[in-house]
Design a protein around this ligand. Sequence first.
Ligand code: NDP
Length: 460
Amino acid sequence: MPVADVKGSGFVAGLMADVRAKNPGEVEFHQAVQEVVESLDLVLERRPEYRSARIIERMVEPERVVMFRVPWQDDRGQYQINRGYRIQMNSAIGPYKGGLRFHPSVNLSILKFLAFEQVLKNSLTTLPMGGGKGGSDFDPKGKSDHEVMRFCQSFMTELFRHIGSDTDVPAGDIGVGGREIGFLFGQYKRLRNEFTGVLTGKGLNWGGSLIRTEATGFGAVYFASEMLATRHETLEGKVCLVSGSGNVAQHTVEKLLQMGAKPITLSDSNGYVYDEAGITPEKLSFVLELKNVRRGRIKEYADRFEDVVYTPVDATADVNPLWNHKAQCAFPCATQNEINAVDAQHLIRNGVYVVSEGANMPTVLDGVRQFIDAKILFGPAKAANAGGVATSGLEMAQNSMRMSWTREEVDERLHRIMKAIHRACWETADAFGARGNYVHGANIAGFLKVADSMMDQGLV
Ligand code: NDP
């Protein structure tokens, strides 16, 4: 069923008109809300009480938005000013939880779309976490470690008063990895004079969980594997397109290799590499060192290994050639809207029939509709990449108990959670007459738990 092929869309049209009027210019936020409310039309027919309690209207309004100045000094002694944000979207089922993104493109629209998605994603994980998101337009690329530290300390000097282990627990996202979480945690601890699980993605020596770094990528692959199992297939021997080369992409490739698949691409914001022979564990080790230690560009992969084709980004092109290779599976793991409608056509035409979204909202709405019409196995981000935040939830649980689980134990729990999310999406889609439509399944399953909790808690 196409995403929008549902009855009663008068409500959707009215709600979207309000959302656009109240949040002018926030196109990414409009897109994320549109995709979800199209699914929820199916629910409102059966549960009109959500309409009278105006649950959806409340869910699209953040509980709180904090926006602040982040002044810091660069290595030349110049003063720099960035803008910091935290969107506390919904706390009906637990403390706000969601990553921090440091990227020059960060603005209110992007963070509100991410926070809105996060509410439903966190609900799907089965763990008690509300939804939030934050970050800054600061660009860590090309900055020294000292500059990044000074920025993080200034950012936390304002953020610390709005977060806490029972209030709001941020984590990493684009541009925020282990290094940044370390600097942020250090400053929080210093300001509060307490050692608590206020951030996740922490170092293993100071409260971090094994497998947290790997979790989003591993989870996206587990989700793909569950989708394939519905057709009695596995990932063994499947050719896979992967975009990005950061945290999520790296560990997607790692798990694909463990499952016997053949990943053949990686990218960054300057271009992509196509390695027809396949990325091997040795080549992946090179990427980890390149990206996490030397902080270099993916082009160096093509300089280092033979028969690899590097294609720089062409800013004038309206398609991404990475999505135009023969393959069976695609794992978009870079950023939002990286698969447009034409890219989606290319993927389908090239034989791709499994798409598992590692990044948040990497496919435009029209692309999603094409995947659903073509009846391919399409795992939307809020389900497929929920392994990261689920393992953050496991990190919070370990912090509360002041103990740590083994690598195997965390991976096993992550795997179980991804299977449970897959089952919830599948069964919910089926129950609402949309068999095999993981978009409806994820949106509705995530929504119901939050909506029922909001109903229980009164008008707040
Ligand atoms: P990283 O910063 O580790 O890596 C991001 C990768 O995507 C880099 O290769 C980066 O290239 C590329 N990229 C980022 N922005 C753009 C852009 N505008 N155009 C082209 N390439 C781009 O981030 P993560 O791997 O953590 O995050 C990737 C995606 O996964 C995001 O959508 C994030 O929200 C999502 N996600 C992450 C989770 C996590 O646990 N980390 C959890 C759930 C979702 P370059 O270095 O050149 O910028």
